[in-house]
Design a protein around this ligand. Structure first.
Ligand code: ADP
Ligand code: MG
Length: 647
């Protein structure tokens, strides 16, 4: 069965308006063969453009059927129609419809992006086309740097980019002076001579005279048709390889992404202030999150290093059930033998028994109330105490109940004017030789002047009690304090036959600090999340405005064969780029806050790590995707005709 290239059968097009249904095309039937040169003429408002748009698959009939190369278009999806536009048609508009921010070459190459032609091939072909149209010198010009006639020739080149077997020109000379109009007509005749099917709309009889076949329309009906004056079908020169394979499709998509990213950056730079304001919410949100996380991490690291200094993995065993247990004073089972037993365990680093009392100290004419701590020789190791002068007492001195003592700096200051080493203090009447000075420890004393003496001496000669107040255990560094705690508890329970003790784990402090910093981080993250959402809404707003501003551009893209997905992707990429840029600026802002703080040595502990930065960037991209989707979808679903008609 043979068929004409384009077949219209009983085509009508009606518009629904407020005043009711308006039928602008009425029962039009036409057969158009390949290689014809047709002029459609008629008065303004007669339906020429409507017919043209239907022929070009930009619009659909409300009644009747339209076949392109034997394929019925009625049931086709928007993307299938886009494929027809890409592969068969080239549009030339009265108002050129070039994109202002693209060069002549880029404008011409645009349809090839959607056809999946690679960048170098498309640029080369665009240059060749521009050269044949006498624009070899103007390839880099923007449309505003070209005359009307030149712009129309650029748009002819664009129509030919994908092959343009059928060239549709709606009043191509309508906006041009006579000479430029002649030039454009000469080009169209040349195309016809090369085998292209050319259909042009005009209301100018002298323009129509160039055509072999003239179809006259009045009030939506074909009133005259000079008849098929076409020759035997001549196939138009084939286009460069079209993107049919999936590889070409993928490359087209990738290429499209690159082109879109390029365009997005350009339009962002063109509207710098607006872009910055759009990004502000994202910038603030990201900067807040990154700063707060860095502060939290810094504070945590500070506290941890302090805890580590105190003896990172220290457990202290007390008699009773908890602090404040009234019966703990009667429990006599926690003894030195327990400490010796624990010291032999493999996961225990060092152990010190501990008992204490408040004792008046006398040195010469000075006196002070001190806390006397009876401890073992290993205490500095257990507690992480640092010697400032002299030495700590030895195991031998402990075993011998020697009356030697080590003072902390508070006690040294309260009782001595010079170096205390070698002096003797009276502790509750017992003379004790001072052999060393230690730094203050946040654990032991700190507020009260403290004197450390062997626990043997303390219990037998000073405090008169064998009962230990506690056993301090430092576990090995690579051992979990929680596991050690459980094991120590089991060990002691076995020895005592019951659980008459409790264990205080310094790790609890660390956990408490972590917990409070986590609470703080959660709180600020919630605030930042609100800022990000507000920022996202801002981005959505701007994207909606951007879609509105660029409806015509979208129309042109659709006309040259962009799929809905291409448009969707374009606006999504723009939204993501805006948000990602905002995120990067936010991260930089946080970094500079950290740098400023360390520059002014404010002592604020910033600790930047990769995860929150990456998370913030991922989050802002996701916001771009989320909040950009609605505007992008509204752009993708635009009707090509309405988009092209937009001002
Ligand atoms: P021509 O190109 O011949 O000047 P058109 O095809 O553009 O005419 O329009 C034909 C008629 O259809 C005109 O009367 C116009 O007002 C009407 N028309 C075009 N587009 C619409 C629309 N979207 N809604 C309602 N009426 C429309
Ligand atoms: Mg018109």
């Amino acid at each position: 069965m043979t068929h004409a290239l384009l077949e219209l059968h009983g085509v009508s097009r009606a518009y629904r308006t407020a005043a009711g249904e308006v039928v602008v095309l009425k029962d039009v039937s036409l057969l158009i063969d390949a290689g014809e040169f047709i002029a459609i003429i008629g008065p303004s408002g007669s339906g020429k453009s409507t017919l043209m748009n239907i022929l070009g698959c930009l619009d659909r009939p409300t009644q009747g059927s339209y076949c392109v190369d034997g394929a019925a278009t009625e049931q086709m999806s928007p993307d299938e129609l886009a494929r027809l536009r890409r592969e068969h048609f080239g549009f030339i508009f009265q108002r050129y419809n070039l994109m202002e921010n693209l060069s002549a070459t880029e404008n011409v190459a645009l349809p090839a992006i959607y056809a999946g032609v690679d960048a170098s091939t498309r640029t080369a072909r665009a240059r060749v086309l521009l050269e044949t149209l006498g624009l070899g010198e103007r390839t880099g010009n923007r449309p505003s740097q070209l005359s009307g006639g030149q712009q129309q020739r650029v748009s002819i080149a664009r129509a030919l980019m994908n092959g343009g077997a059928i060239v549709l020109a709606d009043e191509p000379t309508g906006a041009l002076d006579h000479a430029s109009g002649q030039q454009v007509m000469a080009e169209l005749k040349r195309l016809h001579a090369q085998g292209h099917t050319v259909i042009l709309v005009t209301h100018d009889a002298s323009v129509a005279a160039h055509a072999a076949r003239v179809i006259e329309i009045a009030d939506g009906r074909v009133v005259a048709d000079s008849g098929a004056g076409g020759r035997a079908a001549v196939q138009a020169r084939s286009a460069p390889k079209r993107g049919q394979s999936s590889r070409a499709e993928r490359r087209a998509r990738l290429d499209g992404v690159r082109e879109v990213a390029h365009m997005a950056v350009r339009s962002m730079l063109a509207h710098r202030l607006r872009t910055l304001l759009t990004m502000l919410g994202i910038i603030i949100g990201v900067a807040a999150v990154v700063t707060v996380v860095a502060l939290g991490k810094g504070a945590q690291a500070q506290v941890e290093s302090q805890i580590n200094e105190l003896g990172a993995s220290t457990l202290e065993i007390f008699p009773g059930t908890d602090f404040g247990d009234p019966r703990s004073a009667e429990i006599e089972t926690l003894v030195v033998a327990d400490a010796d037993h624990l010291a032999a365990l493999s996961y225990v680093d060092s152990v010190s028994p501990s008992l204490s009392g408040s004792v008046a100290a006398l040195q010469g004419s000075r006196r002070a109330n001190t806390q006397v701590m009876g401890v073992g020789a290993d205490l500095p190791r257990v507690r992480g105490l640092r010697l400032k002068a002299g030495r700590f007492f030895t195991d031998a001195e402990v075993d011998a109940h020697r009356a030697v003592g080590v003072v902390d700096q508070k006690a040294a200051a309260a009782l001595f004017s010079g170096s205390p080493i070698g002096s003797t203090v009276l502790l509750g009447g017992m003379p004790v030789e001072v052999i060393g000075v230690v730094g203050a420890s946040a654990f032991a004393g700190g507020a009260t002047p403290t004197v450390y003496v062997p626990y043997t001496s303390a219990s037998s000669r000073l405090l008169g009690s064998q009962r230990l107040e506690s056993i301090i255990v430092r576990v090995r560094d690579n051992v979990s304090t929680t596991a050690a705690e459980a094991s120590l508890a089991a060990e002691l329970q076995l020895r005592h036959g019951r659980r008459d003790f409790f264990i205080y784990n310094a790790d609890q402090i660390r956990k408490a600090v972590m917990k409070s910093s986590q609470t703080m981080a959660a709180l600020v993250s919630a605030i930042a999340a609100v800022a990000l959402i507000v920022g996202g809404v801002g981005v959505m707003n701007i994207m909606l405005v951007s879609v509105k501003e660029r409806v015509r551009e979208i129309g042109v893209r659709l006309a040259v064969g962009a799929r809905q997905g291409d448009i969707l992707r374009q606006f999504l990429i723009e939204a993501v780029l805006i948000c990602l840029f905002g995120g990067v600026l936010g991260v930089l802002l946080a970094f500079s806050a950290g740098a400023l703080s360390s520059l002014l040595s404010l002592g604020v502990p910033f600790l930047f790590t990769a995860e929150p930065v990456l998370a913030a960037l991922a989050c802002s991209s996701a916001i771009g995707l989320g909040f950009g989707y609605f505007p992008a979808r509204s752009a993708a679903q635009l009707d090509p005709i309405q988009a092209l008609a937009a001002e």
